[in-house]
Structure formats: C-alpha cells, structure tokens
Design a protein around this ligand. Structure first.
Ligand code: ADP
Ligand code: MG
Length: 648
C-alpha cells in the first residue's frame, strides 16, 4: 500500500489523490495533504493562522474567566436571555465555536480522512475529545443545569495546545528540509561557455552536456564535468564537508557548485540539470527523509492499536462514573481519558530523528539512502571491504620481473604488455605503464580475451601469450611448480604476481604492488573499536591478501573470490547470522553491495545515481565508512529514546 508522504498514512491506491511530480507518482489521503506537499509554504502560513486563532480564543475565554472571578460579569452571568442562556455563556459559545470549527478543521478533517481510509490516527482522538467537549459545553450553555460547566474552555485550550505543538513540529521539520533545498540555491546561475573560440555567458539552464566551460579563479563551477585544461585547487566543502581544497588537473572530475580557488580551469560538462551530483544529493536526501524506517512502521502499528484501546478505556470509565456520579462527572472523565492519552509525540519520534540524521550526514558527504539502513546499522556485526580500489588505491605499479627459459626482462614485459593492451584491469594499466617506459610502441595482439578473475590470453605472431594467476595456468596446463618459490616470496611481500607463459611455456613472473589508502588503518581501527568485525574480500590470492590484511590489521580474509562469487561470500557471512555491510566502489561491486544488508558505495564523486548502496560516500575517504555507521547508530539511538519519551 502506498504511503501519504505528508501524514504518513497508508492509503488505498484507487481512492487516493494521485499527483505526478517529476518522474514519480505520489499518493495522498486527501486534497489537504496534497496541498501541503505541493505548496508547503502556503500550508505553514495556514498553520500559523490556525494557531493565532486558537491563541486568541484562549485569551478571550481566559479573559472572560478572569472577569467572572472578579465578579465583574456577575451581572451578565445572571442576566439570562432566552431560556437559561446567560450573556456570559453566549459569549463563551461565540468565542469557542469558530475556534473549534475553523482552526480545528484541519484536525477534524484529518480524523475524517483517517476513518474513511479505515485507519485510526491521532487526529481521531483529538477531534473526538475537542468536538465532544465543545458539543457538551454548548448544550450546557443553552440548557444550564446539564453540568457541562467549563467544557468550552477546555475544548479551546486543548486545541490551542495541539495546534501549537503541530506548528512547532512542522517548522522544525521545515527548517531541516529547507537546509537541504538551500543547497540547490548555491548553484551558480550563469556559466561561461566556449563557443567557436569565443567566451559567452549563458544562463545555467542552457548549458548542455559536452559544452566547454571556462571557470576563473574564485568562481563557482557551474555544473559537473571533467577538466580539459588547467590546474587549480577546488573547495568542495559544500558537497563533501571537507574543508581542505582538492587539487584538480587534466582529467579530474569536478562537481557543480564547488568553488574554484586558484587557477583557471577549462572543463567539459558531463552532467547538467537534474543529473548533477548536487541535484541528485538533494533528491536522495529528500527521499530518505520522507522514507520511514521499519521502526516507524512499528510506531504506526502501535498508534493503530493504541487509539482503539484508548477509546475502550474511555468508554468503560464513562460507564463506571455514569453509574457512580452521574452523567456530567462521567463525561468529564471521558474527555480526560481521550485527551490525555494522546501520545502526540509518538508519531513524530522517528521522522524527526531520521530527518536530523540524514541531514547531518549530507553535510559531510555521507548519504543515508533510506531510514531502513539507519535501522540495520544497529545490528551490524561485520564490515566487508573490497580490496582493490577500496582499501588500496587501485593503482598498482610493477615492482619485480623474474624471467625464465632465456627470456630477458625487457622481452617479458613487452609480451605481457601486448597481452594486457586490450584489458582495462588496473593490473593491465600497471604493466602497460611499466612497458611504455622502455618501449615507445606496444604492438596490437591479433586476438585478445580477458578472463575475469584469472587473467588474459592473446595471440601475437604465432605466439599464444597467457598472463594471469595460478588458476589460469592450471586451466591451461602450464607447469608452474618450478617457480612456486618466487611466487611465494613475492606474495609474502603483499604483491600480486602474474605468470607469463608463451606457447604453454613459462617465461617469467611480473609482480605488481598496490598501496593501501592513507586512512585505511585509521578507519579500520575505528570500526574495530566500535566492536565490529572487519573482513577483506578479494580476487587476489590468499598469501598476498593476508599480507595486506596484516598491514591493515584486518581479522578475516576471503581471498581467491571470483568476481561473480562475491555475492556468495556475502551470503555466507549472512548465513552465519551476521548483519553485513559491504564497502565497495559501486560499479564492479554492485551485486555484492546489493546483497549486503548495508551496501556502502565509496568515492562516488558525481556518480551518485548509479549506486546501489544504502549509504553513498561522496568522498574517497575510508574514515567516512566508520562515520556513516556511527551516524546511523546514533540516529537509531535517538529514535529509540524519542519513542521512549513519547510513550512516557
Ligand atoms: P580484485 O578482487 O582484487 O578486484 P579481480 O577479481 O579483478 O581482483 O582479479 C583477481 C585476480 O585475477 C588478480 O589478482 C589477478 O591475479 C588475476 N587477473 C585478473 N585480471 C587480470 C589481468 N588483466 N591481468 C593479469 N591478471 C589478472
Ligand atoms: Mg575489483
């Protein structure tokens, strides 16, 4: 069943009011909720008006009461008009009626909608109390002697209290939501594009993908792009929360709305309008703030059960006191139960905490994608990191070349480079980089095949070249026993070793080493201090993986995992009864991220839309993993304490 994003009520798809906003359809229980969503400012003003009306009502009835106390209206009280109606009662009736029916209409209408949708919410309780109080007080005014003295005042007072509470809640909510919207206003409105060699200024809306933009020092970058020319440092604080400027040179990604500090940059726009990182962030945060955690469903269920119970208790109390003390006293008890039982805070305990948590995260470039993940973080046991590109920089460099069977190092490297020329693997890049230092041109292979998780195979001038790990050599029946010793030695140093074979004959081994990211040790230490188990997942061999794990102080290693088996590795941990978070780059690791209870996509930069993670980290800083988990846990603690106090 879809949920009304305003009042949070589950609504019937057929009966609901549908509104298509952007590319999504929203369902509302009533026109008034739809109005709130579409024109929030308007609604806040209306709420303010309602509060003002009830407060004036309170002042008026209190004033009448004070006058009565001083005996000043004694004359009026005894002056009766038609029947038993005194001028004093009439004045009360005249003041309270519009307050209840005009200012209170939003709540009465809310109660009506709730009943129509066969759900019982807080509005029902409040309306029942206020309307019954008003009705009984009014009846008493016209027929004194019923004993309904003071009920009109109670109705007005309670309503003022409830409406004021709602208004305060809404303005708090509005303020945190608005702070996210404000981000969009930080985007520059004008961009300078290079058109046929000339610089022209255009409104930001007219910038298109692949346009070339010029950004002077001190200016904001108009949209997401890559640097074509220039060198500068860019302040990305608005997106990532990081106050130290980031160096940018040719090929670097830049994010719209960040500030170009020192140099002149020429960039190519890669994303515009709704596609930009900033727009995506705002969209995501809003969505997450509107989403409800499972704990919210729990709160909703409690309210759903709670209201009927309150009604029953009220009815039983009424019946009892009716017998003992008569109708008037019994009615007072009835109202007391209805109104006092209203745990108005219950409904907002969860959303306000999520709102705050998600908003805070966004300030640091940590996007919590839904309340669901916030809740899962509490049960988190294990954090799994992908090795290459996540724990390490993903930029291995060739460190050793060992040769056999008469090959020279130069030949071996050249053959390896020929084989890797068609591959996009980071290891391939390392080999090509090393080979290009000696060789100006690396010839193309005649045919090429990448074998994921194993290596590469190619044909070149009647040679069949293989480059890859033990698994590949085993599959291709290349004997490798003779250099196990070399392999073990290099792997023991944390290097990834690739074996080169030409026509099924070993020619050498090439070792490459990747360096851990700067903050890896600190980040892992933090997670462990939070009582979490940290594991590493890699396609690399056991020995290399263990060496690196030891450097980083990681407890558990899952090595030799083929790319498509990473999902199973996560499943295996889950089958041990653990709640698992997986940290990966969101592109290669998407399936594993999706399988994990909490997928954490790291270093997304401007590519936020693609991620499948429950938590998206914009910066490429491993410490944000701990920060994100911590933030989720804190938010959850806040939710629980809010719920607790709401119940109390
Ligand atoms: P990771 O989990 O570290 O990203 P992969 O699954 O991509 O690793 O690869 C696992 C292993 O397969 C590598 O450590 C390497 O031994 C071998 N391998 C994969 N692709 C290549 C390649 N293009 N060249 C050489 N070896 C490769
Ligand atoms: Mg990888």
């Amino acid at each position: 069943m879809p949920k009304d994003p305003v009042c949070g009520m589950n609504v019937d798809k057929d009966k609901a009011i549908k509104k298509k906003i952007g590319d999504r359809t929203y369902y509302f229980c009533s026109q008034s909720c739809a109005n709130v969503y579409e024109q929030p400012e308007h609604e806040l003003k209306a709420m303010k008006r309602r509060v003002a009306i009830t407060l004036m009502g309170v002042v008026a009835v209190a004033g009448l009461r004070v006058l009565a106390l001083f005996g000043l209206v004694a004359v009026l009280m005894t002056t009766t008009l038609i029947g038993g109606l005194s001028v004093y009662s009439l004045a009360l009736f005249i003041v309270s009626t519009p307050v209840v029916w005009i200012a209170g209409w939003s709540i009465i209408h809310g109660a009506y909608n709730s009943l129509r949708n066969r759900a019982i919410n807080m509005d029902v309780l409040i309306s029942a109390g206020v309307v019954a109080g008003w009705a009984y007080g009014a009846a008493n005014a016209f027929m004194p002697g019923l004993g309904g003295e003071g009920y009109l005042e109670i109705a007005v007072g309670i309503l003022a209290f409830v409406l004021l509470g709602k208004y305060i809640e809404e303005s708090i909510r509005r303020r945190s939501a608005a702070s996210i919207r404000k981000l969009l206003e930080l985007q520059p409105t004008i961009a300078r594009i290079l058109k046929k060699g000339k610089e022209v200024e255009v409104p930001i809306d007219e910038v298109q993908e692949n346009d070339v933009l010029i950004i002077k020092p001190g200016e904001k970058i108009p949209t997401d792009g890559v640097v074509l020319a220039g060198y500068s440092s860019v302040d990305e604080k608005i997106i990532t929360g990081e106050s130290i400027p980031v160096e940018k040179n040719v090929g670097s990604e830049v994010i719209g709305a960040t500030v170009n500090k020192t140099g002149l940059l020429r960039i190519k726009a890669t994303k515009v309008g709704e596609e930009t990182a900033l727009a995506q962030i705002v969209h995501l945060v809003e969505e997450a703030q509107a989403s409800s955690a499972p704990v919210q469903k729990f709160a909703d269920r409690v309210v759903g059960k709670f209201v009927p119970i309150v009604f029953s208790v009220a009815a039983v109390s009424f019946a009892y006191w009716h017998i003992v003390s008569g109708f008037s006293a019994a009615f007072f008890v009835l109202l007391a139960v209805l109104l006092i039982a209203c745990p108005c805070a219950l409904g907002i305990a969860t959303p306000t905490a999520i709102l705050a948590g998600v908003g805070k995260g966004a300030e640091y470039g940590i996007l919590l994608r839904s309340g669901e993940y916030v809740e899962k973080a509490r049960k988190l046991k294990t954090v799994v990191f992908d090795k290459t590109g996540t724990l390490t920089k993903g930029e291995p460099a060739v460190t050793d070349i060992v040769v056999y069977n008469g090959y020279t190092q130069k030949d071996a490297l050249k053959l390896a480079a020929i084989a890797e020329k068609g591959s996009e693997h980071p290891l391939a890049e390392a080999i090509l980089k090393a080979a290009r230092q000696g060789e100006s041109k690396i010839p193309d292979a005649e045919s090429f095949e990448a074998i994921p998780g194993h290596g590469v195979r190619c044909a070149y001038k009647n040679k069949r070249i293989l480059l890859g790990n033990r698994r590949l050599m085993q599959d291709e029946k290349v004997p490798i026993e003779q250099f196990e010793e070399d392999l073990n030695r290099l792997e023991g140093q944390g290097k990834t070793v690739m074996i080169l074979a030409v026509n099924s004959e070993p020619a050498g081994v090439v070792a490459a080493m990747d360096t851990p990211k700067e903050n890896a040790v600190e980040a892992i230490g933090k997670l462990k201090s939070m009582g979490l188990e940290v594991a590493m997942l890699t396609g690399d061999n056991e020995r290399t993986a263990k060496t690196i794990a030891k450097q980083l102080d990681i407890d558990r290693v899952m090595a030799n995992v083929l790319p498509w088996e990473k999902v199973n590795a996560i499943k295996k941990l889950q089958s041990e009864g653990k709640t698992v978070a997986m940290v990966g780059d969101g592109i290669n690791d998407a399936p594993a991220l999706a399988q994990a209870d909490i997928g954490i996509a790291i270093g997304s930069g401007t590519d936020i839309a693609k991620e499948t993670g429950g938590i998206v980290l914009i910066k490429d800083d491993l410490r944000d993993v701990a920060l994100g988990v911590e933030l989720s846990m804190k938010t959850m603690t806040k939710i629980n304490s809010n719920l607790f106090w709401a119940f109390i």
